[in-house]
Design a protein around this ligand. Sequence first.
Ligand code: ZN
Length: 362
Amino acid sequence: MKFPLVVNMWGNPVRCIAGIVFALLPAWFLGAEPPREPSNRQPTALRDLVSAKDELAAQELLFDASFAQLALAYLKAPDPAVLEQLAKSPAAAHLLSHARNFDYDVPKDSPAALVSHLLTPPGKHQDEMQACEKSLGLFTGPMMDDPHWVWDTLRYLPQGFRFHGTLFLTFGYDIGVAFGPTASLNCAHPHFKEHPRELVYYAIHELHHVGFMSYHPPPKLSELKTCSDLLSLVEYSTQLEGMAVYAAYPRRRDEHALADDGDYVALEDEQRMRSAERSYFEDLNYLKGRGKQTADADAWAVIQRMSSGERLWYRVGARMAQRIEQASGRSRLLDLVKSGPASFLEAYQALQRSEASKQDRP
Ligand SMILES: [Zn+2]
């Protein structure tokens, strides 16, 4: 489903006088339902945003922007009591458990230390407030007015999957992350300032991680010691990230937004993707070859190449998902979400072998 008011939603300028006049007329004046106030009630349950008959009403998903709201309040008028309130929030607990699992370079002793790292000194964060205000407006406005974008995530998760968690709007942490039943988006990230509609595409992406992690919990980074541990991380992240990138692909394509994100620019470039795939398998086979040897700098350099630069596990993972779906159908791709990373990789390599044998035939 599509957003009915895509132009207004993303805050694009209305380009003609008639458009301005139309935009100024309240929707209810034109015969539509009276507009709902932007939801300042936090959290908001997905089930309260749709009719009881809507299939989304079965999802136990909350949207909670209170961290971003409080962060903005603190940056406007710094009050230590607000920092304390933020430290006690479920969003801070979510960020801390993510930081601890993925060993992020942030204070991990307490939620208070993490919140203080993200927001103090307040003078350092004034430039980020504008992006955050904009993200907050989208998150509590158009994204709640029509939450059917959540279907984009569900479409690429096994049937019967149910959310039991929260999508938070936070401030200052990565661009978006997921851990356990919770996910978050960073209202202040410069990518959202430049391209506001990216917020919904990243919401689709992060919520897909929540679904995937419910079948396969992520490894704890500090416990990875050998090359074979890193190989498992590569396989895990290839399916996790590849599926999430791919889940947001149809809406981005339909809304002509592929050019706004480097992963999708690369995915549209067959030559570049072939070369990325060669690099990906070289690195994968290198880790395989090293077996149980201790993970040293050379082995960790693979993780760097996979997650940054050409972002191999995002892009090659999404290409694998796309090609599996094209060759074997979406239900096969969703079965692989259940069976996990090793099966996903094996299915893709089986597909490659069968394509190669077709080409060899006279
Ligand atoms: Zn991701």
